[in-house]
Design a protein around this ligand. Structure first.
Ligand SMILES: [Zn+2]
Length: 448
């Protein structure tokens, strides 16, 4: 099929056949999103308020936890900030209180989080909620020039990128979407990464999609081998922080615009980075708040917990759900011109900090800054096995010399106490999460 024709055919088949079968109009919703995002701020807020009223009304009528919280209230008068903040641990502990009565009768799919920290979390996600988050994903992808039905190359195919449930139906969708998986798994040694890059190039995909660390390792392998790989129209990274040094090398190795995505299904948040590196939030999916330690809303520029209210979830409502990430809300309008809410940056997981013996915490962001001028460091990780010891594990390339080493050591030492021993090591393997994600901070002791 001619490449220009394929997207049109696939779109027609998807909307005419697949969507009715799946009962999830994801592509139709994606096609509506440009209109939604063109609405005025006022109109989008009104739409969100209507959705919020609908999910609150359902929660009040059918979910034990919210039946109590909202007892005797009119949902029209409830301000979001009045609701308690909940999290995964709390919901898992008393699932029966959070599940809607008759939830099996509400169209839903079974979801599971990767379990990067602790036990995996299994939960039902409304088809309507899935439809909106996947539609936002497609809308963002199409913003890069890719058209639905163009060839999509999944890089490494880590667990969180695999289609879940639906079996045959989701395989059908994957086939229609022209998905190609380039070297499965999350091994990122030199050989696998080069093979992955060459396969991706041969597939002539319009869009490459994968973990940031996977793509960064591909870039390293390609630069080292000195080969040229036919670039896609765009590269989208997801699921891990995209470090400035990774971005630089990816852009150097592959001549394609690079966009970073941040999102998660539990709670429901989806965003994609613009040319200015800010993450624009899909306001059709959820309302996003950034809260400080006291539970107050942070001002733009202040780092806090990401708390999400899903505008479609009824089987298991996610109302003011703390997703476990830290982020900073952007101020005013982004210079790229896109309206709506955006995140200045995502600062990593809640636990991504060193805990010093004097009680002080060193955030991941300040640790990452140490590497701004480290030209020969490919990846890095801070491992803290006890309060008084920090190992800085490095993967370096030729050219990493004593000077770069001592500068780096000096920067890290200035960040932590004199009481903390800092050990720089280049031969220790990096720790990964069960889902294969790279971690910047690994703390293996319990801080008081
Ligand atoms: Zn922007």
């Amino acid at each position: 099929m001619m490449s220009s024709l394929r997207p049109r055919v696939v779109s027609a088949v998807t909307r005419g056949v697949v969507e009715p079968v799946l009962r999830a109009p994801y592509l139709s919703t994606a096609r509506w999103l440009p209109e939604f995002f063109a609405w005025s701020e006022h109109e989008r807020r009104a739409w969100q308020r209507d959705r919020l009223r609908a999910v609150l009304g359902h929660a009040q009528a059918a979910v034990p936890f919210y039946r109590d919280v909202l007892a005797g209230r009119s949902v029209d008068e409830v301000d979001l900030a009045e609701l308690p903040v909940v999290d995964k641990a709390m919901m898992r502990q008393r699932m029966d209180d959070f599940l809607s009565s008759g939830w099996r009768g509400i169209p839903h799919i079974a979801k599971k989080t990767g379990g990067s920290t602790g036990e995996p979390f299994q939960y039902p996600l409304d088809k309507r909620a899935w439809t909106h988050i996947y539609a936002a994903n497609l809308y963002f992808w199409e913003g890069t020039g890719y058209r639905y039905g163009d060839r999509l190359v999944l890089l490494g195919n880590p667990p969180s990128l695999q289609s879940e449930s639906e079996g045959v139906k989701s395989r059908l969708r994957a086939h229609l979407e022209g998905r190609v998986v380039s070297a499965t798994g999350w091994i990122i040694d030199r050989e696998t990464s080069l093979e992955r890059a060459l396969t991706a190039g041969r597939a002539r995909g319009a869009l490459w999609y994968g973990y940031a660390s996977t793509v960064a390792a591909m870039a390293d392998a390609v630069l080292e081998a000195g080969v040229r790989v036919p670039p896609p129209m765009a590269i989208v990274t997801t699921a891990e922080p995209l470090f400035p040094t990774w971005r630089e090398r990816i852009e150097q190795a592959f001549d394609a615009p690079l966009h970073d995505q941040y999102g998660c299904n539990d709670g429901g948040i989806m965003s994609q980075g613009c040319s200015h590196g800010r993450l624009h939030i899909a306001e059709n999916v959820s309302i996003v708040e950034i809260l400080d330690d006291a539970g107050r809303r942070c001002r733009p520029g202040e780092e806090g917990d990401v708390v999400v209210t899903n505008l479609h979830a009824r089987t298991l409502p996610f109302l003011r759900y703390r997703v476990g990430d830290r982020a900073v809300l952007g101020a005013g309008t982004c210079p790229c011109g896109t309206g709506g809410t955006f995140l200045e940056r995502v600062a990593g997981r809640q636990g991504d900090a060193l805990h010093l013996p004097n009680g002080r915490r060193v955030s991941m962001l300040s640790l990452v800054r140490c590497f701004r001028d480290a030209r020969h460091v490919r990846r890095y990780q801070f491992v803290q096995p006890e309060a008084g010891l920090v190992q800085v594990r490095l993967e370096v390339e030729p050219g990493f010399d004593a000077d770069e080493r001592s500068k780096l050591l000096g920067k890290v030492r200035r960040l932590v106490d004199g009481a903390v021993e800092v050990a720089l090591m280049t031969d220790e393997p990096m720790e990964r999460t069960r889902g294969g994600k790279h971690r910047v901070v690994v703390r293996t002791f319990d801080a008081a």
